[in-house]
Design a protein around this ligand. Structure first.
Ligand code: LLP
Length: 418
Protein backbone atom coordinates (compact mmCIF):
# COMPACT_ATOMS: atom_id res chain seq x y z
CA UNK A 1 0.00 0.00 0.00
CA UNK A 2 1.41 3.38 -0.98
CA UNK A 3 0.35 6.86 -1.93
CA UNK A 4 1.45 7.03 -5.57
CA UNK A 5 -1.63 7.11 -7.78
CA UNK A 6 -3.08 8.63 -10.93
CA UNK A 7 -5.60 11.43 -10.76
CA UNK A 8 -7.08 12.51 -14.09
CA UNK A 9 -4.35 10.63 -15.97
CA UNK A 10 -1.49 12.20 -14.06
CA UNK A 11 0.72 10.56 -11.42
CA UNK A 12 0.63 12.05 -7.95
CA UNK A 13 2.56 11.45 -4.77
CA UNK A 14 -0.05 11.98 -2.06
CA UNK A 15 -1.68 15.29 -3.06
CA UNK A 16 1.20 16.60 -5.14
CA UNK A 17 1.45 16.09 -8.92
CA UNK A 18 4.88 14.64 -9.75
CA UNK A 19 4.96 17.23 -12.55
CA UNK A 20 5.09 20.03 -9.99
CA UNK A 21 8.11 18.49 -8.26
CA UNK A 22 9.89 18.04 -11.57
CA UNK A 23 9.16 21.63 -12.61
CA UNK A 24 10.81 22.82 -9.44
CA UNK A 25 13.70 20.42 -9.01
CA UNK A 26 14.30 18.78 -12.39
CA UNK A 27 15.12 15.13 -13.13
CA UNK A 28 16.27 12.60 -12.15
CA UNK A 29 14.69 13.07 -8.76
CA UNK A 30 13.80 10.70 -5.93
CA UNK A 31 10.34 11.37 -4.52
CA UNK A 32 9.31 9.91 -1.17
CA UNK A 33 5.90 9.78 0.45
CA UNK A 34 6.03 10.61 4.16
CA UNK A 35 2.55 9.23 4.67
CA UNK A 36 3.56 5.87 3.19
CA UNK A 37 6.66 5.61 5.37
CA UNK A 38 4.65 6.40 8.48
CA UNK A 39 1.95 3.94 7.52
CA UNK A 40 4.46 1.15 6.84
CA UNK A 41 6.24 1.80 10.10
CA UNK A 42 3.00 1.80 12.09
CA UNK A 43 1.63 -1.35 10.46
CA UNK A 44 4.94 -3.14 11.02
CA UNK A 45 5.47 -1.95 14.57
CA UNK A 46 1.91 -2.53 15.73
CA UNK A 47 1.99 -6.07 14.35
CA UNK A 48 4.25 -6.82 17.34
CA UNK A 49 2.24 -4.93 19.93
CA UNK A 50 1.39 -7.99 21.99
CA UNK A 51 5.04 -8.52 22.98
CA UNK A 52 7.89 -6.33 24.21
CA UNK A 53 9.76 -5.23 21.15
CA UNK A 54 11.88 -2.52 19.61
CA UNK A 55 11.67 -1.79 15.91
CA UNK A 56 15.11 -0.58 14.84
CA UNK A 57 14.77 0.81 11.32
CA UNK A 58 17.70 -0.36 9.21
CA UNK A 59 19.30 2.94 8.27
CA UNK A 60 21.15 1.52 5.27
CA UNK A 61 17.89 1.13 3.34
CA UNK A 62 17.44 4.88 3.10
CA UNK A 63 19.49 7.17 5.28
CA UNK A 64 18.22 10.56 4.23
CA UNK A 65 18.13 12.69 7.41
CA UNK A 66 14.53 13.73 6.85
CA UNK A 67 13.36 10.13 6.63
CA UNK A 68 15.39 9.22 9.70
CA UNK A 69 13.89 12.16 11.59
CA UNK A 70 10.39 11.10 10.54
CA UNK A 71 10.97 7.60 11.88
CA UNK A 72 12.70 8.78 15.05
CA UNK A 73 9.61 10.91 15.77
CA UNK A 74 7.44 7.84 15.34
CA UNK A 75 9.42 6.18 18.12
CA UNK A 76 11.57 3.86 16.01
CA UNK A 77 15.07 2.78 16.99
CA UNK A 78 17.89 2.43 14.48
CA UNK A 79 20.03 -0.40 13.15
CA UNK A 80 23.35 1.04 11.96
CA UNK A 81 26.44 -0.40 10.28
CA UNK A 82 28.97 2.42 10.27
CA UNK A 83 29.98 5.59 12.06
CA UNK A 84 28.41 7.50 9.20
CA UNK A 85 25.07 5.89 9.96
CA UNK A 86 25.59 6.49 13.68
CA UNK A 87 26.28 10.16 12.96
CA UNK A 88 23.12 10.43 10.87
CA UNK A 89 20.99 8.55 13.39
CA UNK A 90 22.08 10.82 16.24
CA UNK A 91 21.60 13.97 14.14
CA UNK A 92 18.11 12.79 13.22
CA UNK A 93 17.16 12.37 16.87
CA UNK A 94 17.26 8.62 17.55
CA UNK A 95 17.96 8.08 21.26
CA UNK A 96 21.30 6.20 21.57
CA UNK A 97 19.55 3.67 23.80
CA UNK A 98 17.51 2.59 20.77
CA UNK A 99 20.49 2.06 18.47
CA UNK A 100 22.02 -1.31 17.61
CA UNK A 101 25.28 -1.57 15.69
CA UNK A 102 25.52 -4.41 13.17
CA UNK A 103 28.18 -5.16 10.58
CA UNK A 104 31.01 -7.52 9.91
CA UNK A 105 33.88 -5.00 9.83
CA UNK A 106 33.66 -2.39 12.56
CA UNK A 107 36.78 -0.28 13.04
CA UNK A 108 38.36 0.96 16.27
CA UNK A 109 37.08 4.49 15.81
CA UNK A 110 33.58 3.27 14.97
CA UNK A 111 33.48 1.17 18.14
CA UNK A 112 34.82 4.08 20.20
CA UNK A 113 32.27 6.50 18.81
CA UNK A 114 29.39 4.12 19.47
CA UNK A 115 30.57 3.31 23.00
CA UNK A 116 30.87 6.99 23.84
CA UNK A 117 27.43 7.65 22.38
CA UNK A 118 25.96 4.98 24.68
CA UNK A 119 24.21 2.79 22.12
CA UNK A 120 22.03 -0.12 23.23
CA UNK A 121 24.25 -2.91 21.91
CA UNK A 122 26.80 -4.12 19.41
CA UNK A 123 25.83 -7.02 17.20
CA UNK A 124 29.20 -8.73 17.06
CA UNK A 125 30.13 -10.85 14.08
CA UNK A 126 33.45 -12.50 14.94
CA UNK A 127 35.59 -13.55 17.87
CA UNK A 128 38.20 -11.01 16.80
CA UNK A 129 35.62 -8.26 16.97
CA UNK A 130 34.47 -9.43 20.40
CA UNK A 131 37.97 -9.25 21.79
CA UNK A 132 38.55 -5.83 20.20
CA UNK A 133 35.28 -4.60 21.71
CA UNK A 134 36.42 -5.84 25.13
CA UNK A 135 39.78 -4.06 24.77
CA UNK A 136 38.28 -0.77 23.69
CA UNK A 137 35.60 -0.89 26.39
CA UNK A 138 38.32 -1.44 28.97
CA UNK A 139 40.48 1.40 27.73
CA UNK A 140 37.51 3.80 27.70
CA UNK A 141 36.13 2.35 30.95
CA UNK A 142 32.71 2.04 29.34
CA UNK A 143 30.91 -1.27 29.61
CA UNK A 144 30.00 -2.63 26.17
CA UNK A 145 26.69 -4.43 25.76
CA UNK A 146 26.72 -6.99 23.00
CA UNK A 147 24.82 -9.69 21.17
CA UNK A 148 26.61 -12.23 19.06
CA UNK A 149 25.29 -12.61 15.56
CA UNK A 150 24.68 -16.27 14.92
CA UNK A 151 24.85 -17.61 11.41
CA UNK A 152 21.98 -20.10 11.55
CA UNK A 153 22.83 -21.63 8.17
CA UNK A 154 19.34 -21.34 6.71
CA UNK A 155 18.61 -20.60 3.08
CA UNK A 156 16.56 -17.41 2.74
CA UNK A 157 15.81 -18.25 -0.91
CA UNK A 158 16.56 -14.77 -2.12
CA UNK A 159 19.12 -13.31 -4.52
CA UNK A 160 22.59 -14.70 -3.61
CA UNK A 161 23.98 -11.17 -3.16
CA UNK A 162 21.47 -10.42 -0.42
CA UNK A 163 21.49 -13.79 1.29
CA UNK A 164 23.44 -13.59 4.54
CA UNK A 165 22.49 -16.51 6.78
CA UNK A 166 24.28 -19.33 5.01
CA UNK A 167 27.57 -20.74 6.12
CA UNK A 168 29.19 -19.70 2.87
CA UNK A 169 28.28 -16.05 3.60
CA UNK A 170 30.71 -13.81 5.46
CA UNK A 171 28.17 -12.86 8.14
CA UNK A 172 27.86 -13.97 11.73
CA UNK A 173 29.42 -16.70 13.84
CA UNK A 174 28.73 -20.42 13.26
CA UNK A 175 26.18 -21.78 15.71
CA UNK A 176 28.59 -24.20 17.37
CA UNK A 177 31.00 -21.38 18.24
CA UNK A 178 28.37 -19.17 19.84
CA UNK A 179 28.17 -20.65 23.35
CA UNK A 180 31.96 -20.92 23.83
CA UNK A 181 32.30 -17.30 22.72
CA UNK A 182 29.78 -16.07 25.32
CA UNK A 183 31.46 -18.18 27.99
CA UNK A 184 34.77 -16.49 27.24
CA UNK A 185 33.31 -13.11 28.14
CA UNK A 186 31.89 -14.26 31.48
CA UNK A 187 34.58 -12.78 33.68
CA UNK A 188 35.13 -9.65 31.65
CA UNK A 189 33.62 -6.73 33.57
CA UNK A 190 33.63 -4.61 30.41
CA UNK A 191 31.56 -6.96 28.29
CA UNK A 192 27.90 -7.46 29.04
CA UNK A 193 26.03 -10.15 27.13
CA UNK A 194 22.69 -8.48 26.53
CA UNK A 195 21.25 -10.39 23.62
CA UNK A 196 21.52 -12.76 20.70
CA UNK A 197 21.26 -11.70 17.08
CA UNK A 198 20.80 -12.99 13.54
CA UNK A 199 19.88 -11.61 10.12
CA UNK A 200 19.46 -14.15 7.36
CA UNK A 201 18.93 -12.06 4.25
CA UNK A 202 16.85 -9.50 2.50
CA UNK A 203 13.73 -9.47 0.30
CA UNK A 204 12.43 -12.72 1.77
CA UNK A 205 9.02 -13.59 0.40
CA UNK A 206 8.24 -16.65 2.48
CA UNK A 207 7.99 -17.10 6.23
CA UNK A 208 9.65 -20.48 6.62
CA UNK A 209 13.32 -19.32 6.59
CA UNK A 210 12.50 -16.82 9.35
CA UNK A 211 10.85 -19.59 11.36
CA UNK A 212 13.78 -21.98 10.84
CA UNK A 213 16.18 -19.28 12.00
CA UNK A 214 14.19 -18.28 15.06
CA UNK A 215 13.85 -21.92 16.19
CA UNK A 216 17.63 -22.18 16.18
CA UNK A 217 18.02 -18.84 17.91
CA UNK A 218 15.56 -19.83 20.59
CA UNK A 219 17.52 -22.97 21.37
CA UNK A 220 20.73 -20.97 21.70
CA UNK A 221 19.01 -18.26 23.73
CA UNK A 222 17.63 -20.77 26.21
CA UNK A 223 20.97 -22.49 26.54
CA UNK A 224 22.61 -19.16 27.31
CA UNK A 225 19.98 -18.39 29.95
CA UNK A 226 20.59 -21.77 31.54
CA UNK A 227 24.29 -20.98 31.65
CA UNK A 228 23.50 -17.91 33.72
CA UNK A 229 23.63 -15.20 31.06
CA UNK A 230 21.13 -12.51 31.75
CA UNK A 231 20.10 -11.91 28.14
CA UNK A 232 17.26 -9.47 27.46
CA UNK A 233 17.11 -9.03 23.70
CA UNK A 234 16.61 -11.33 20.80
CA UNK A 235 17.38 -9.51 17.57
CA UNK A 236 16.03 -11.27 14.50
CA UNK A 237 17.31 -8.74 11.95
CA UNK A 238 15.32 -7.52 8.98
CA UNK A 239 14.59 -9.02 5.63
CA UNK A 240 10.84 -9.00 5.10
CA UNK A 241 10.28 -8.59 1.37
CA UNK A 242 8.01 -6.25 -0.55
CA UNK A 243 6.08 -6.60 -3.81
CA UNK A 244 8.15 -5.19 -6.67
CA UNK A 245 6.24 -7.12 -9.31
CA UNK A 246 3.92 -10.09 -8.68
CA UNK A 247 5.52 -11.25 -5.43
CA UNK A 248 3.20 -11.78 -2.50
CA UNK A 249 5.38 -11.44 0.56
CA UNK A 250 3.93 -12.21 3.97
CA UNK A 251 2.05 -9.35 5.60
CA UNK A 252 3.65 -7.88 8.74
CA UNK A 253 0.85 -9.53 10.74
CA UNK A 254 1.69 -12.96 9.31
CA UNK A 255 5.39 -12.39 9.90
CA UNK A 256 4.83 -11.24 13.48
CA UNK A 257 2.47 -14.05 14.42
CA UNK A 258 4.91 -16.65 13.08
CA UNK A 259 7.75 -15.13 15.14
CA UNK A 260 5.67 -14.63 18.25
CA UNK A 261 4.45 -18.23 18.08
CA UNK A 262 8.07 -19.42 18.21
CA UNK A 263 8.81 -17.30 21.26
CA UNK A 264 6.00 -18.54 23.50
CA UNK A 265 7.03 -18.75 27.13
CA UNK A 266 10.20 -16.68 26.76
CA UNK A 267 10.53 -13.36 28.49
CA UNK A 268 12.51 -11.04 26.29
CA UNK A 269 12.41 -7.95 24.14
CA UNK A 270 12.35 -8.74 20.46
CA UNK A 271 14.41 -6.46 18.23
CA UNK A 272 13.45 -6.15 14.57
CA UNK A 273 15.56 -4.43 11.93
CA UNK A 274 13.24 -3.76 8.99
CA UNK A 275 14.54 -1.60 6.17
CA UNK A 276 12.99 -2.28 2.79
CA UNK A 277 9.50 -2.99 4.10
CA UNK A 278 9.35 0.48 5.63
CA UNK A 279 10.71 2.59 2.77
CA UNK A 280 10.88 0.45 -0.38
CA UNK A 281 7.47 1.23 -1.79
CA UNK A 282 7.50 4.74 -0.35
CA UNK A 283 9.82 6.13 -3.00
CA UNK A 284 10.09 6.47 -6.77
CA UNK A 285 12.82 7.68 -9.06
CA UNK A 286 11.42 10.09 -11.62
CA UNK A 287 13.34 10.34 -14.85
CA UNK A 288 12.88 12.05 -18.20
CA UNK A 289 13.01 10.28 -21.53
CA UNK A 290 15.92 11.75 -23.50
CA UNK A 291 15.55 9.77 -26.72
CA UNK A 292 13.92 6.70 -28.11
CA UNK A 293 15.46 4.55 -30.81
CA UNK A 294 15.01 1.24 -32.54
CA UNK A 295 17.65 -0.92 -34.21
CA UNK A 296 14.96 -3.10 -35.80
CA UNK A 297 15.79 -5.87 -33.32
CA UNK A 298 15.01 -3.86 -30.22
CA UNK A 299 13.47 -0.65 -29.00
CA UNK A 300 15.37 1.48 -26.53
CA UNK A 301 14.05 4.17 -24.26
CA UNK A 302 16.99 6.26 -23.10
CA UNK A 303 16.33 8.13 -19.87
CA UNK A 304 18.29 10.70 -17.89
CA UNK A 305 18.71 8.46 -14.82
CA UNK A 306 21.44 5.86 -14.86
CA UNK A 307 22.78 2.87 -12.98
CA UNK A 308 24.72 5.34 -10.88
CA UNK A 309 21.39 6.68 -9.55
CA UNK A 310 19.66 3.31 -9.02
CA UNK A 311 21.86 0.26 -9.33
CA UNK A 312 19.47 -2.51 -8.29
CA UNK A 313 18.49 -3.63 -11.83
CA UNK A 314 22.15 -3.74 -12.92
CA UNK A 315 23.44 -5.39 -9.78
CA UNK A 316 20.71 -7.91 -8.99
CA UNK A 317 18.64 -7.96 -12.19
CA UNK A 318 16.02 -6.53 -9.85
CA UNK A 319 12.59 -5.79 -11.26
CA UNK A 320 11.21 -2.28 -10.82
CA UNK A 321 7.87 -1.35 -12.27
CA UNK A 322 8.16 1.63 -14.63
CA UNK A 323 5.10 3.77 -15.30
CA UNK A 324 4.51 7.00 -17.18
CA UNK A 325 3.84 10.16 -15.21
CA UNK A 326 1.14 10.99 -17.78
CA UNK A 327 -0.99 8.04 -18.68
CA UNK A 328 -0.62 7.50 -22.44
CA UNK A 329 -4.03 5.99 -23.12
CA UNK A 330 -2.79 2.44 -22.96
CA UNK A 331 -0.52 2.59 -26.02
CA UNK A 332 2.50 0.31 -25.36
CA UNK A 333 5.66 -1.11 -26.90
CA UNK A 334 8.34 -3.63 -25.89
CA UNK A 335 11.58 -1.86 -25.06
CA UNK A 336 14.70 -1.75 -22.93
CA UNK A 337 14.74 1.23 -20.60
CA UNK A 338 18.36 2.30 -20.35
CA UNK A 339 20.43 5.08 -18.85
CA UNK A 340 23.17 7.28 -20.28
CA UNK A 341 26.09 5.52 -18.54
CA UNK A 342 28.68 3.87 -20.76
CA UNK A 343 28.01 0.30 -19.67
CA UNK A 344 25.72 -2.30 -21.21
CA UNK A 345 24.69 -3.09 -17.63
CA UNK A 346 23.14 0.35 -17.36
CA UNK A 347 19.48 -0.57 -17.66
CA UNK A 348 16.28 -0.32 -15.65
CA UNK A 349 14.25 -2.84 -17.64
CA UNK A 350 14.82 -5.31 -20.46
CA UNK A 351 12.24 -6.29 -23.08
CA UNK A 352 9.58 -4.66 -21.00
CA UNK A 353 6.09 -3.92 -22.16
CA UNK A 354 5.90 -0.26 -21.42
CA UNK A 355 3.86 2.81 -22.21
CA UNK A 356 4.81 4.21 -25.64
CA UNK A 357 6.66 7.21 -24.27
CA UNK A 358 8.46 9.80 -26.41
CA UNK A 359 11.42 12.09 -25.83
CA UNK A 360 10.56 14.60 -23.12
CA UNK A 361 8.07 12.35 -21.33
CA UNK A 362 8.47 11.50 -17.67
CA UNK A 363 8.69 7.99 -16.22
CA UNK A 364 8.49 6.88 -12.61
CA UNK A 365 10.66 3.94 -11.60
CA UNK A 366 8.67 2.46 -8.75
CA UNK A 367 9.72 0.87 -5.45
CA UNK A 368 12.94 2.86 -5.36
CA UNK A 369 12.71 4.06 -1.76
CA UNK A 370 15.00 1.34 -0.37
CA UNK A 371 18.57 0.79 -1.57
CA UNK A 372 18.08 3.49 -4.18
CA UNK A 373 19.77 6.80 -3.47
CA UNK A 374 21.91 5.20 -0.74
CA UNK A 375 23.63 3.01 -3.32
CA UNK A 376 24.09 5.81 -5.85
CA UNK A 377 27.48 6.96 -7.07
CA UNK A 378 29.06 9.61 -9.24
CA UNK A 379 30.17 7.17 -11.93
CA UNK A 380 30.61 8.90 -15.29
CA UNK A 381 30.90 12.12 -13.25
CA UNK A 382 27.18 12.35 -12.87
CA UNK A 383 25.99 14.56 -10.01
CA UNK A 384 23.64 12.59 -7.80
CA UNK A 385 19.92 13.37 -7.99
CA UNK A 386 17.83 15.51 -5.69
CA UNK A 387 15.57 13.92 -3.07
CA UNK A 388 12.14 15.30 -2.28
CA UNK A 389 9.79 14.33 0.53
CA UNK A 390 6.04 14.81 0.17
CA UNK A 391 3.68 15.36 3.10
CA UNK A 392 0.07 15.77 2.01
CA UNK A 393 -0.08 18.77 -0.31
CA UNK A 394 3.40 19.98 0.65
CA UNK A 395 6.80 18.89 -0.60
CA UNK A 396 10.28 19.51 0.69
CA UNK A 397 13.70 19.31 -0.89
CA UNK A 398 15.47 16.93 1.51
CA UNK A 399 18.68 16.67 -0.49
CA UNK A 400 19.83 19.12 -3.10
CA UNK A 401 20.87 17.89 -6.49
CA UNK A 402 24.67 17.75 -6.54
CA UNK A 403 26.46 20.38 -8.56
CA UNK A 404 29.48 20.13 -10.83
CA UNK A 405 31.54 21.76 -8.09
CA UNK A 406 30.38 19.06 -5.65
CA UNK A 407 31.86 16.50 -8.00
CA UNK A 408 35.38 17.87 -7.64
CA UNK A 409 35.18 19.44 -4.19
CA UNK A 410 37.38 16.77 -2.56
CA UNK A 411 39.99 16.66 -5.30
CA UNK A 412 43.21 18.54 -5.71
CA UNK A 413 45.66 18.97 -8.56
CA UNK A 414 49.27 18.66 -7.28
CA UNK A 415 51.15 21.96 -7.70
CA UNK A 416 53.47 20.10 -10.03
CA UNK A 417 50.82 20.11 -12.75
CA UNK A 418 49.70 23.68 -12.39
N1 LLP B 1 19.79 -5.88 9.45
C1 LLP B 1 20.97 -6.22 8.90
C2 LLP B 1 22.05 -6.71 9.74
C3 LLP B 1 21.13 -6.12 7.50
O1 LLP B 1 22.29 -6.46 6.96
C4 LLP B 1 20.07 -5.65 6.70
C5 LLP B 1 20.22 -5.52 5.26
C6 LLP B 1 18.87 -5.28 7.34
C7 LLP B 1 18.76 -5.43 8.71
C8 LLP B 1 17.68 -4.75 6.59
O2 LLP B 1 17.19 -5.67 5.69
P1 LLP B 1 15.82 -5.39 4.92
O3 LLP B 1 14.70 -5.37 5.93
O4 LLP B 1 15.95 -4.08 4.23
O5 LLP B 1 15.71 -6.52 3.98
N2 LLP B 1 21.09 -3.66 -1.46
C9 LLP B 1 20.24 -4.83 -1.42
C10 LLP B 1 19.81 -5.17 -0.02
C11 LLP B 1 20.96 -5.36 0.93
C12 LLP B 1 20.51 -5.66 2.32
C13 LLP B 1 21.64 -5.59 3.28
N3 LLP B 1 21.30 -5.81 4.63
C14 LLP B 1 19.06 -4.59 -2.34
O6 LLP B 1 19.00 -3.53 -2.98
O7 LLP B 1 18.21 -5.45 -2.48
Amino acid sequence: MHYFAYHAGELYCEEVPIREIVEKFGTPVYVYSGKTIRRHYKVFDSAFKEIDHLTCYSVKANSNLAILALLAREGAGADIVSKGELYRALKAGFPPQKIVFSGVGKTVDEIEMALKAGILMFNVESLDELSLLGDIAKSLKIKASFALRANPNVDPKTHPYISTGLRKNKFGIPEEDIIPAYLKTKDNPYLEALGLDAHIGSQLITISPFVDAIKRLRALYEELLSLGFNLKYLDVGGGLGIPYDQEEPPLPEEYSSALIRELKGLELTLILEPGRVIVGNAGVLVTRVLFTKSNREKNFIIVDAGMNDLIRPSLYQAYHRIIPVYDRDGETLIADVVGPVCESGDFFAKDRKISAVKAGDLLAIMSAGAYGFVMSSNYNSRPRPAEVLVEGDQFFLVRKRETLDDLISHEEIPALYL
